[in-house]
Design a binder for this molecule. Sequence first.
Ligand code: G6Q
Length: 548
Amino acid sequence: MKTSIPQLTKLSAWQALEAHFQKVKDLQLRKLFMDDPKRGESMTAEAIGIYFDYSKHRITNETIRLLLQLAEESGLRSRINAMFRGEKINVTENRAVLHVALRAPKGESILSDGEDVVLQVHAVLDKMAKFSLQVRDSGWKGHTGKPIKNIINIGIGGSDLGPVMAYEALRHYSQRELTFRFVSNIDGTDFAEATMDLDAEETLFIISSKTFTTLETMTNAHTARDWLLKTLKNPAAVAKHFVAVSTNSGEVAKFGIDTANMFEFWDWVGGRYSMDSAIGLSTMIAIGPENFRAMLDGFHQMDEHFRTAQFERNLPVLMGLLSLWYNNFFGVQTMAVLPYEQYLKRFPAYLQQLTMESNGKHVKLDGTKVDYQTGPIYWGEPGTNGQHSFYQMIHQGTKLIPCDFIGFVQPLNSLGRHHDLLLANMFAQAEALAFGKTSQEVLAECTPEWLLPHKTFEGNRPSSTILLERLTPEALGKLIALYEHSVFTQGVIWEIDSFDQWGVELGKALAERIIPELETGADLQLKHDSSTNNLIRRYKRSRELLNG
Ligand code: G6Q
């Protein structure tokens, strides 16, 4: 652990970066590229099939050198090793953080509390594979003997965002005869719309919940059971139409799911790091065990790269350091993630949880408050849709918003000119952001003078471009692990626990208090603040009037 490491802002690399920032903050990308015609080639890194161009960042070689020094001084290397060794680096929950074990190949050994977790991982993967093949080959029959055609994953947060994103991302590889839906919200509309057109006899529910106590998931699971039994009448049907993914066999059994149909995972897998555990069961049914294993292999390749590569060529480290550079020195608040790949449409939503639940913390591992900024806001949409929406602000707004452009060389659906047009747009956006358009250039187009300020682009707006060959399961694994480890890199430097999420607890607890207050018709002595009291009364009064 880092107890011997001085406070972040006192590190010599940090102080050198502060001084360096004053020197380089006004540097223009136009000039940097003019001064070094090879910048676009030299400021790149490539590993395991990912090409990473970071030349369009407001940095010099010295910036990178100092950022790398910061990583060293922060003890990143030893924290990486501690994670891979299964040490309890999730300090506030006293847990190991071993999502890397979920993709370790058979035969490798990682110990947690004296047990080889890789063995356990592969036993579950084999069980998932057997079940997935049964569903895919129509061998798994519903209660009335009909094969399963619809799979509904019920889960929320880490038990939903990964599966949805992966299903969408890998839809190209999915078994098209099967329908996949994802229900997460406690808003009944989510369940109602997901099941409206489905035949209960052909529907399988996967209840995905690490704890099996989450309000949203358990409410939806009970609603699903009622929905099923409305058609199938017999409670024995539950065994054929419900399986569980959980760490809590007691609660699974209590719900009525045969624990033989429970797919296990472990407390050393954080929710938002669990999509490649049994939480990915829906993904495996969709794309098949072989593709799922290819995805795990992609994750593992990135894990190995992160664990072994020198920091100056280490993609997650470079990416994390660049994010930190803007966050802590330029005072940047947000980062945009812009995949030029329609199948990645849920990737930004997935990353929002990964990045913000992990690094949205203001207290350090030792319990003291940080005196610097931590995790930025991540957001985005796939290109080119975003271009016709919020890109205006990225180009000409008052906020600096570094962007990650993500593209693939080969399309999965090759249609005429589409793919070249798509990629042309991606390259053009990064170019436009970096180099802008000067007023002289605008003037040369015979623009009236009064319009000049509006049509000028200042440029100097940074971006990374991440280029891969093709969106395969393996490539998706690499991409996700890239962001996972970039988040970890930043969390280590900020000295925060990237693996807990205490910030979600208070709202949950308060909701538990308000639920009975809403569910009773009586006018209670409410003990909240005057706004909350008033809103509760107003809601109940209106509900009474509307419901008659
Ligand atoms: C993720 C969080 C959180 C969690 C959900 C669902 O890292 O822990 O998003 O995944 O709250 O929890 P369960 O899987 O226990 O239902």
